[in-house]
Each structure stands twice: as structure tokens, then as C-alpha cells.
Design a protein around this ligand. Structure first.
Ligand SMILES: [Zn+2]
Length: 260
């Protein structure tokens, strides 16, 4: 395939409010997860961990210098690949079992996946090339033999539970639809929402195994009413509350829950 070896795998963008966005530039958009790091007084928060083809802990050792709670917004592989590298692992019970065993082999090659899986991503609006990564994380990386180790949850959280960083408190919102155990983290004081894949500013996926449109519609109705200032999502750039309401309304209209 002739892929070059990436000089570095992760990029770091420092945003306001002690938030850092970590991302993987050499992963195709549909699998390019935003990894969020939030500074707290007593401990830090890590929201999602990327594809796992390179060590997140090693790459980000300069910011992982304090106690850290790692949260899986859901268990799709592009969000939990490096979860096993962290000792405190938080997930929703509806998906926690997935983390108990190593992942299934996930080939980086398009041709190793069912035609219907790729067609579904393309129908949703994504371009999928021959390979899910556009550079190699290391010379010895095997494109068709990628698994990640088990990463059993050490804490299960449900709707209304809180994750307390000392000076910042995040409330768990159960936001199913994209997947059954999708959660968001809501900081009511600041109006900041980490939404995972429940909503992002790009083509939403509601026909994956485990997705459920009827449930997703309810989640969107709820998100539309949330007094959000900024959304840091599972993919694509962050956006404000007005854009969230636009995205939610567009989904509700598209899926027929509302006459336009
Ligand atoms: Zn997902």
C-alpha cells in the first residue's frame, strides 16, 4: 500500500477552560475520534482514547501527570482503542461487557470489511478510501491484524451520576441511539457538553449494529432543549448551542419526528 511512517501520531490543541483536544491526523474522518483532556483540581478527566494503533499514554505523558479518570462515551473501537492504558476506566453498563474482552480483529483495509458496512458509511456521507489510516503509526504495524486488549470498566455510570474533579463536576447524561450505552458529560455550571457520538457536526450514524433510530430521536429531542454553551463532540470541530439546536432539528426532521 506504500504508506509512510508518521512522524507523530497524535496532535494536541489547547482550548479554553483547561480543555485539550487530542486527535489522530492520519486516521480517516469517520474513525478520527476527538480525545478530550480536562484539567481538574484533584484529578483530570480523559474522554475517549482514540483508535489505539499507537500508545496514547506514551504520546501524552506530558499532560498525564496527575490522577486521571478515563471515560468511554461508548465502546466503538475508534473511541476505546487506548482505554487499556489507563487504570481508572468509566463506562455505561449497557456497553461495559464489550470492554471485558480483547477487541475483535479490526483490519485497517476496506476490503476486509463487509461491503454493507462500508456502503453504510458512504451513504451517510463519508469518503472511505482503501485504508482507514493514511500513514503507519510504526514500521512494524500490521494493517490487517489489529486488536486491542481488554479494558474492563472499573466504574459503571448511569444517567445522573457525577464525575467530580474537585473544582469541576460533570454529570452523566445517557444519550442512546448511536449506540445503547452512549453517554455525554455535562458541566452545568459552564454549559459545556462532551457529547461523544450522540451529536457532532458531521454525518451522524444511526444504522450501525446497536444503533436505534427511535431511541436516537428521543436523545435529539433532549439535546435540543439542553442549555448548552459549547459542545465538544466525538468527531469534528466544537460548536455552540445554536448549532446544536440546528443539528438536532435537522435530525428530527430527516428522521420524520417533526414536520418541517
Ligand atoms: Zn461511534
Amino acid at each position: 500500500m506504500g504508506l509512510t511512517i508518521a512522524e507523530r501520531w497524535f496532535e494536541f490543541d489547547r482550548l479554553a477552560d483547561g480543555v485539550t483536544r487530542i486527535w489522530e491526523p492520519h486516521v480517516i474522518r469517520v474513525m478520527q475520534c476527538n480525545i478530550w483532556h480536562v484539567r481538574g483540581r484533584d484529578r483530570d478527566l480523559l474522554i475517549d482514547t482514540g483508535l489505539g494503533v499507537a500508545s496514547l499514554r506514551a504520546a501524552a505523558v506530558h499532560i498525564f501527570d496527575r490522577p486521571l479518570a478515563a471515560v468511554a462515551t461508548h465502546t466503538h473501537i475508534d473511541h476505546v482503542g487506548s482505554l487499556h492504558e489507563f487504570t481508572e476506566r468509566i463506562a455505561h453498563p449497557a456497553e461495559a461487557r464489550t470492554l471485558d474482552r480483547p477487541s475483535q480483529n479490526f483490519s485497517m483495509l476496506r476490503t476486509d470489511h463487509p461491503v454493507e458496512f462500508i456502503a453504510g458509511l458512504e451513504r451517510a456521507g463519508y469518503e472511505v478510501g482503501p485504508c482507514f489510516i493514511t500513514a503507519l503509526p510504526a514500521a512494524e504495524f500490521a494493517l490487517r491484524a489489529f486488536t486491542c486488549p481488554a479494558a474492563p470498566a472499573t466504574r459503571l455510570v448511569e444517567e445522573g451520576d457525577v464525575i467530580d474533579l474537585g473544582d469541576r463536576v460533570f454529570e452523566v447524561l445517557h444519550l442512546p441511539g448511536h449506540s445503547p450505552g452512549s453517554i455525554g458529560l455535562w458541566e452545568r455550571n459552564s454549559g459545556v457538553l462532551f457529547s461523544g457520538d450522540a451529536v457532532y457536526d458531521g454525518p451522524l450514524l444511526d444504522e450501525l449494529p446497536g444503533s436505534e433510530i427511535a431511541t436516537y430521536l428521543k436523545t435529539m429531542q433532549r439535546l435540543e432543549r439542553l442549555p448548552v454553551r459549547i459542545v465538544h463532540a466525538g468527531h469534528d470541530p466544537s460548536f455552540d448551542g445554536a448549532r446544536l439546536r440546528q443539528l438536532a432539528r435537522a435530525y428530527l426532521e430527516r428522521r420524520g419526528a417533526r414536520q418541517s
